[in-house]
Design a protein around this ligand. Sequence first.
Ligand SMILES: *Cc1c(COP(=O)(O)O)cnc(C)c1O
Length: 423
Amino acid sequence: MKKIPFITKEKAQEIAQKYPTPFYLYDEKGIRDNAKAVKEAFSWNPGFKEYFAVKATPNPYLIQIMKDYGCGCDCSSMTELMLSDAAGIKGRDIMFSSNDTPAQEYAYAARLGAIINLDDITHIEFVEGILGKLPETMSCRYNPGGVFKMSNGIMDNPGDAKYGFTTEQMFEGYRILKEKGVKNFGIHAFLASNTVSNEYYPILAKELFELAVQLEKETGADIKFINLSGGVGIPYTPDQEPNDIRAIGEGVRRVYEEVLVPAGMGDVSIYTEMGRFMMGPYGQLVTKAIHEKHTYKEYIGVDACAVNLMRPAMYGAYHHITVLGKEDAPCDHKYDVVGSLCENNDKFAIDRMLPKIDKGDYLVIHDTGAHGHAMGYNYNGKLRSAELLLKEDGNVQMIRRAETPGDYFATLDCFDIYDKLAI
Ligand SMILES: *Cc1c(COP(=O)(O)O)cnc(C)c1O
């Protein structure tokens, strides 16, 4: 599917007068339409809830937009918990799916009334030690081990992943939790990442539903919810077919009726913790070409770099690029599109066919709404960009300012000279 930016060259120029490039731009309409579609796709399940994975895009404005469609937050750190609570997502609307969790984070999650999803059987005692008594509602993260395969060749390797309880530990864990007074149980699993397939959730759901029936039968634990977690992907390349959330919701309903309903478990709620699917396509990184370099290859230097978007450097991830104003021009130039870090992996694209790029052109880097700005860092003393929201009425609202040198020096406040710089 052709990737179309949600701004024009003229709009980018207008925005850049007030907010210099690079900046992240999020599309409010896209976020709303998608969140509504998710809600509708699972409306057959009265208890359904999407807990947005805060780590993907930890911005309270965006979280509040999704809250309009019933979304809560999935957190895995102290500051993610704080951010969610402050954004108005309270108590059971927070899922705390952490791992290798520090004691103070469990204590804080419990104080907020969040649902605690344990990553390991040893954490039962750990949490009991911290809280004195376990909460009435608890969930455990399952890792079946081995290799997870789907018919379209997508696979992932849970056996190599650090997360979750083994199958045996699930049965033992639920028995122990029940003995210790836990009343309401959940099951969670995340078995494959960025699945561009309508099959992933239904296959995962079937596996978890069957496990739930067994767990209830053998341990007597009352399973109230099954959390399919994240992993629903987006098409980063134009040739991929986007997921159809309606088909996914229907697929989960089919296995629900096949496995849970006959077992007398037709009251189980379905939870999800999608991050990428909720936000990925609705964020774009807008950057300006500031240099062209002709050496052994053709380079376009832009004013963003890997600190603004790490995925290409970190995973070799593909992000589609559109040159604004040249949407229909032939892609007859081969470029490496690079940032300014002293790191040769600071490349947004390698050998990419694009229209001829001139200095001053605006480039849109697509599908950066999730795991984009959030993965930012400060290597080379580079600063993270602003986040802007393109509202439904066409206005632009700043929802996070760009970092300043003052932010960068703020933690050096043990030295007078930097303290002054930080003002
Ligand atoms: C990262 C993560 C998610 C979200 O994953 P996406 O691929 O962005 O949907 C959900 N749950 C947990 C526990 C995670 O770590």
